[in-house]
Write a protein that binds this ligand. Structure first.
Ligand code: ATP
Length: 556
């Protein structure tokens, strides 16, 4: 049985080296020596992904639960923990320092012969996640408290980071995939494909070891990564690239992946979170689909009285809603537009061409819930459809290669999106400032960062003031309150978890921020609750937008 200490030591080493190849080597060597259960757990742990998606578990640990657990385990006050945080800015280091100085009270007073094992830590974290409803806060604290009370300082550092699902060791999904490929002598592309199909890194690791990656396929009730679209270079060039294309509106809504298993329906958001409970009318629509088992891909749109789509925030409110969902469903009804089929009655359909998937979809779904689609090679036809979409308040077009397979998790040339505006950036919010005067109780401006994919680190790119109403600001402040890590005068450091979609006039080179860039006149477009941190735009994308923009300016 492998000790959790060995895992913590691995993390420390991975964090300590800067090259991504070295990190992959270290992880690969570690994974090789684990038994299957440990392998499944540790592969996820390394990237801060704690549970298999089939378990349908959410950690639900914010800084307040974490600090309470540390304080209780170490016999110090939460104020002391907050002070330490101000000094280090890293919950992992605080946990390690707190454990180092702990007084043996509570659980820690028991003598324990066995060091923590990977499995034990995992089981405790499952217990933390399973605690829900009344009394759950306390149950979560107690389980974490137990772990901290048994941990060495180094173990505590990574237990804290696991608890908030933010490992900060500079290796992401791609690195872990490469490590699995290397550890078990598998092709990296096969590992990637298996991961995109199952979204379950533990399952992939175990099958890589067995040499059975090819057996992994789409599984019902197992959300699959969604296929994404690339930015097209205008209608004419994109149509030329695709030849005969499937032309569809880019609906202004939110992505859903629907799993229908008999009468049981589960709906996953773009982040692959289960949002079934909040969308009863979509569940009912999916139950009418004429297939015993199916995985459907589409967009839900909230349409207002003027028959135009409502703001994206309105849809997200529906996604987040846990209570009074039927009432809310009446107030903001959602429409469903299905555009793809991923699985049908026991068979994955991802390898079929789009036209065939569409035929199958038309065979099982009522036309009222299908996205309109026109197959054509005419630029003029595409332009007409584009104008119709914009007139109806939607975003533009998605032009699809009609012969293409469904490529899970891929943003490729087979789906091209056409939108009228300059591309916005999706940036991680890593800090904020309290307002002044009347707005002193609101977080008014926010520090933004893009993701440096080479190092998996967030690099700041400036601040955005929201220009929001007091009511909207209050709502936003509430969203961030749980994420405050460190309070520094008027500024706070936030746990990076929220993505802002930001529009701007121009990208400029800048020495003021670690990304090397700054945004001119940034403006908050919306909170992208449907995107996870890893989906923040990359530094590479900022650089490429900067170059495109320079080209454009030069040709003026
Ligand atoms: P954006 O910010 O432009 O929505 P994104 O990163 O969320 O970008 P993209 O892959 O760039 O996602 O664009 C595809 C998104 O457009 C899908 O995730 C989906 O939510 C939405 N969409 C709307 N209509 C369609 C359609 N007909 N086919 C595919 N995706 C569609």
């Amino acid at each position: 049985m492998s000790s959790f200490l060995s895992f913590a030591e691995l993390c420390q080493r991975v964090e300590g080296v800067s090259g991504s190849l070295e990190k992959v080597d270290l992880v690969a060597a570690f994974l090789k020596n684990l038994d299957d259960d440990e392998l499944a757990v540790a592969s996820g742990f390394i990237m801060g992904d704690l549970f298999s998606p089939s378990m349908d578990l959410v950690m639900g640990v914010g800084p307040s639960i974490l600090y309470e657990a540390m304080a209780r385990a170490c016999g110090c006050s939460t104020e002391r923990i907050s002070d330490m945080l101000r000094a280090t800015g890293d919950p992992g280091l605080v946990a390690s320092a707190a454990v180092d100085k702990k007084k043996p009270i509570g659980f820690a007073a028991f003598i324990k012969d066995e060091p923590l094992s990977i499995k034990e830590v995992y089981q405790r974290l499952v217990a933390v996640a399973r605690a829900s409803g009344k009394g759950s806060q306390d149950a979560k604290v107690k389980n974490l408290q137990y772990l901290f009370s048994q941990a060495t300082p180094l173990e505590a550092q990574y237990i804290a980071r696991l608890a908030i699902e933010d490992m900060r060791i500079g290796i992401g999904e791609g690195g872990v995939r490469d490590a699995i490929a290397q550890a078990f002598s598998q092709d990296a592309s096969k590992v990637e494909r298996a991961y995109n199909l199952t979204n379950d890194i533990g399952l992939v690791a175990v099958n890589a070891r067995k040499g059975t990656l090819a057996d992994l396929s789409v599984l019902i009730n197992h959300p699959i990564k969604m296929m994404l679209a690339q930015v097209g270079e205008g209608i004419s060039a994109s149509m030329q690239e695709l030849g005969s294309a499937a032309i569809e509106w880019k609906y202004d809504g939110a992505r859903v992946q629907i799993h229908k298993d008999g009468k049981r329906v589960r709906i996953f958001s773009r982040r692959l979170e289960d949002v079934t409970r909040s969308l009863p009318e979509i569940v009912r629509l999916a139950q009418e689909v004429r297939a015993d088992k199916a995985i459907l891909d589409g967009e839900v749109v909230a349409i207002g009285k003027d028959s135009r789509p409502l703001a994206f925030q309105e849809i997200l409110k529906r996604f987040r809603r846990k209570y009074n969902v039927e009432k809310q469903a009446k107030e903001t009804p959602l429409h469903l537009f299905l555009f793809d089929l991923i699985y049908l009655d026991g068979q994955s359909t991802v390898d079929l061409p789009l036209t065939r998937r569409r035929e199958l979809l038309e065979g099982i779904a009522d036309p009222s819930i299908l996205a309109d689609q026109v197959i054509s090679d005419s630029v003029q036809r595409a332009e007409e459809i584009y104008h119709q979409a914009l007139e109806k308040g939607h975003e533009g077009l998605i032009l699809k290669n009609s012969m293409s397979v469904y490529a899970p998790g891929k943003r490729g040339k087979n789906w091209l999106k056409i939108k009228p505006v300059m591309e916005t950036l999706d940036l991680a919010v890593i800090g904020a400032k309290w307002g002044e005067g009347r707005r002193a109780s609101f977080l008014g401006s926010y520090r933004l960062a893009c993701l440096d994919e080479a190092t998996s680190k967030l690099q700041d790119i400036g601040w955005v003031a929201t220009g929001l109403t007091d009511e909207a600001l209050a709502e936003l402040t509430e969203l961030f309150r749980e994420l405050i890590l460190v309070q520094n005068g008027m500024e706070v450091e936030l746990k990076p978890a929220v993505i802002f979609e930001v529009a701007y006039e121009e990208i400029q080179k800048s020495q003021s921020y670690s990304s090397g860039y700054a945004l001119r006149f940034p403006r908050l477009v919306r909170v992208r609750d449907d995107k996870s941190l890893e989906e923040a735009d990359s530094l590479e994308r900022v650089e490429s937008l900067y170059r495109v923009q320079r080209g454009r300016n030069n040709s003026r």
